[in-house]
Design a protein around this ligand. Structure first.
Ligand SMILES: NC(=O)c1ccc[n+]([C@@H]2O[C@H](COP(=O)([O-])OP(=O)(O)OC[C@H]3O[C@@H](n4cnc5c(N)ncnc54)[C@H](OP(=O)(O)O)[C@@H]3O)[C@@H](O)[C@H]2O)c1
Length: 261
């Protein structure tokens, strides 16, 4: 399928590993110019170098998006690089914990990680997108927006809030050629998940393979997802053919969730 985004500029946050990195790689294959953001300068440098060797035009900025001033720095540098028409909004997951026990600081931290940077970046990017009559905003959220996951109260609550924001925004900007969607991964094999499973295995005193087998047994596909399988959905939503698709959350979970819609 011809996505029609060759030569366009994308801002990809949380780009240094996992799903964000896979989106960056997939966009590079489509000939998209990339502005990459994450905290780790070293990882961004390695990724940018690899993508550039494959012919992509790439710049990056190491920035912690929980610090308000950094979203301004990112916006300025990304806009200087090119008119940003594609935005992949992604950061790391918040810590686990129950709704009953998490302290107010943890809620604030999750809001500052998952919600506020997305709003700040979107508000900075929208004027250019609207002026050009084309924009694609895709957030990476989680299947927890469809079915809350036990002991992930921060993710369950704050990502639900972001989903309300995206639904509202999508209607506000739809007539300007800007779409707003979310991709909600199920269990996807990234470093974060490998670390979480290793932690779980230590807690339970079982081999890490046992944790993988237990989770895989709950997934109809019989395996965890691959970052590139989540990325493929995000990149489709950024393409011209997806112009009439907006305000939705799209799940990539190997059939894990049982809901009809
Ligand atoms: N993998 C799954 O199974 C799964 C399932 C459901 C939802 N999710 C969610 O999907 C998102 C991506 O998942 P993933 O597995 O790819 O996570 P990951 O491997 O931990 O990658 C997260 C990315 O965000 C960056 N990042 C983290 N905190 C940041 C900050 N404060 N400022 C800027 N960049 C930051 C990380 O780079 P630096 O460390 O260099 O900053 C990294 O590039 C996460 O929100 C995760 O919770 C994942």
């Amino acid at each position: 399928m011809e996505l029609g985004i060759q030569g366009k500029t994308a801002l990809v946050t949380g780009a240094s590993k996992g799903i964000g990195q896979a989106v960056a790689e997939a966009l590079a294959r489509e000939g998209v110019r990339l502005f990459l953001v994450a905290r780790s300068q070293d990882r961004l440098a390695v990724l940018a170098d690899r993508l550039q060797k494959d012919g992509a035009e790439v710049q990056y900025l190491a920035a912690d998006l929980t610090e308000p001033g950094n979203t301004e720095r990112v916006l300025k540098a990304a806009r200087d690089f090119g008119p940003v028409e594609l935005f992949l909004g992604n950061t790391g997951g918040p810590p686990p914990g129950t709704a009953e026990s998490l302290p107010p600081e943890a809620w604030q931290g999750a809001f500052d990680l998952l919600f506020l940077p997305m709003v700040r970046l979107v508000q900075g990017l929208l004027p250019d997108m609207k002026a050009r009559g084309f924009g694609r905003i895709v957030f990476i959220t989680s299947l927890s927006v469809k079915e809350p996951v036990a002991n992930l109260a921060l993710s369950n609550a704050i990502r639900a809030g972001l989903t309300g924001y995206l639904k509202t925004l999508a209607r506000e900007v739809a007539a300007s050629g800007v779409t707003v969607n979310a991709v909600a991964p199920g269990y996807t094999r990234t470093e974060r998940v490998e670390a979480l499973f290793a932690h779980q295995a230590r807690e339970e005193g079982v081999p890490v393979d046992a944790i993988y087998r237990r989770i895989e047994a709950q997934i109809p596909a019989g395996r965890l997802g691959r970052p590139e399988e989540v990325a493929a959905l995000a990149v489709f939503l950024m393409g011209k053919p997806a112009a009439y698709v907006t305000g939705q959350t799209w799940v990539a979970d190997g059939g894990y969730l049982r809901f009809l819609l």
